[in-house]
Design a protein around this ligand. Structure first.
Ligand code: GLC
Length: 429
């Protein structure tokens, strides 16, 4: 397909998945609003409909809880084709939402949206929308620092694999063993009726996911209790890097709006993270890895999230050189960067969720970080591979790093958005 055809297809996917103010990741498999999907989707909309881009984020924040928490799914309308649906989560909120969160990319996206709106005749309207969103973004980040960083290291502790957005990563296997699944009971999965079971989590993994939902629900989604007692507590390297980056972007927005006190508060979180994030460096494998809070053990897995240190704005000559070494080694093993798991790992599977496939949104963050770190060569490898995957295969949820085959859902919103905003680089019309 030509570039202009791909632009049209990508736009069409976003329009077709638009449910009126929010976009579903994929109509069949994911029929609700997802948190970080919506943020990335806004970047895509911004290339052809600025107002709609901002609305996507505003709709998401309409589901924010009073304590600042922003849920990973908003069930604006029920859909019997999805499990676990609103009744299983039982959060008793209006709108009904899940009780866990997702990687905080929204502030970074809002900064991008604002930078593209700032120089236009409509800047006055958008600065008002920015002013309305800013306290909500700040409240969410405060929530992370209050509830999800118990040792004050500036990192993010995930209480469910689904929070990390890398649902089925092997990083959660060992910490997941602590989860008691004996009381989970019977249930019918829906994911495997839409998608090939070979791509999806196993029954044991799914039991663990549900046991955690049941645990949260039994606390009535009391975030303090969940933070203290949840059977799964893992410092996620992905969310930690993403929050650090998002705090830098939020601080820039605070400056833009003249919010000095808020800016100072956000910068204190950045300082904390710059001092504390080294706890996630695994000296043995020489990479950034997640770490189980309960056992103190580092996962030792090199995943796509390991490469987000550049995106977080971290710089350390030795660590950066080690990560570049891993990059080059992996780049020599696959046709398409960046696999979600190191292909040298015996558990690498080219189509199973988060154990091999490439996600365009992760590539966008890795590529952006590399560009900003001055590594245009590796950044271009990531962006060029992302573009080739989409040109050759269309807009899938994820792709095999070996042969580019699409996996998961097709006509996928955030993949189309990344084409428009980054990989395909459509000009604003
Ligand atoms: C899968 C992904 C998650 C994403 C969701 C919707 O669950 O692991 O990151 O938000 O799909 O696209």
């Amino acid at each position: 397909m030509t570039k202009s055809n791909l632009n049209a297809t990508a736009r069409h996917i976003l329009e077709a998945n638009d449910r009126g103010g929010y976009t579903v990741p994929n109509g069949r498999v994911y029929p609700f609003q997802w948190n970080w999907d919506s943020a990335f989707v806004a970047l895509g909309f911004d290339r052809f409909d600025r107002n709609r881009a901002w609305t996507e984020i505003e709709t998401l924040f309409r589901a924010q809880w009073d304590d600042g928490f922003l849920p990973h799914i908003v069930f604006w309308k029920d859909d019997p084709g999805y499990f676990p649906g609103p009744a299983v989560w039982g959060t008793a909120k209006n709108p009904v939402t899940s009780g866990i969160t997702q990687p905080p990319v929204a502030a970074s996206v809002v900064r991008k949206l604002w930078e593209s709106a700032r120089e236009t005749p409509d800047a006055g309207t958008y600065v008002q929308r920015l002013q309305a969103l800013f306290p909500k973004l700040l409240a969410w980040h405060r929530w992370f620092h209050q509830y999800r960083d118990p040792d004050r290291r500036g990192i993010v502790v995930a209480v469910h694999p689904w929070e990390t957005g890398r649902d089925n990563s092997p990083e959660w296997d060992a910490p997941g063993e602590a989860i008691d699944v004996s009381g989970v009971g019977d249930y019918v999965r829906r994911d495997t009726s839409h998608l090939d079971a070979k791509m999806r989590p196993t029954k044991l993994e799914y039991d663990r996911y549900l046991a955690l939902v049941q645990f949260g629900r039994a606390t009535h989604w009391d975030h303090a209790r969940i933070a203290a007692e949840n059977p799964f507590r893992v410092a996620d390297v992905g969310m930690s890097m993403i929050l650090l980056r998002a705090n830098r972007d939020l601080a820039a927005l605070a400056d833009e709006l003249g919010k000095t006190d808020e800016g100072a508060e956000i910068r204190s979180w950045i300082d904390l993270a710059e001092r504390g994030v080294g706890w996630l460096w695994n000296g043995e494998v020489q990479a950034w890895c997640s770490r189980d809070l309960q056992t103190g053990r580092s996962s030792g897995f090199i995943t796509s999230a390991s490469f987000l240190g550049f995106y977080a704005g971290l710089s350390d000559a030795k660590r950066d050189a080690a990560m570049r070494g891993h990059f080059d080694r992996i780049a020599g093993m696959v046709d398409f960067m960046m696999p979600s798991l190191d292909p040298a790992d015996p558990g690498f599977q080219m189509i199973r969720y988060w154990r091999g496939p490439v996600w365009a949104v992760v590539n966008y963050m890795i590529g952006t970080g590399l560009y900003e770190a001055g590594d245009a060569m590796r950044a271009e490898r990531v962006r060029g591979d992302t573009l080739a995957l989409m040109e050759q295969n269309g807009f899938y949820e994820a792709y095999s790093p070996i042969d580019g085959t699409g996996s998961g859902g097709d006509d996928f919103s955030w993949t189309a958005a990344i084409w428009l905003a980054w990989a395909g680089g459509e000009q604003r019309t």
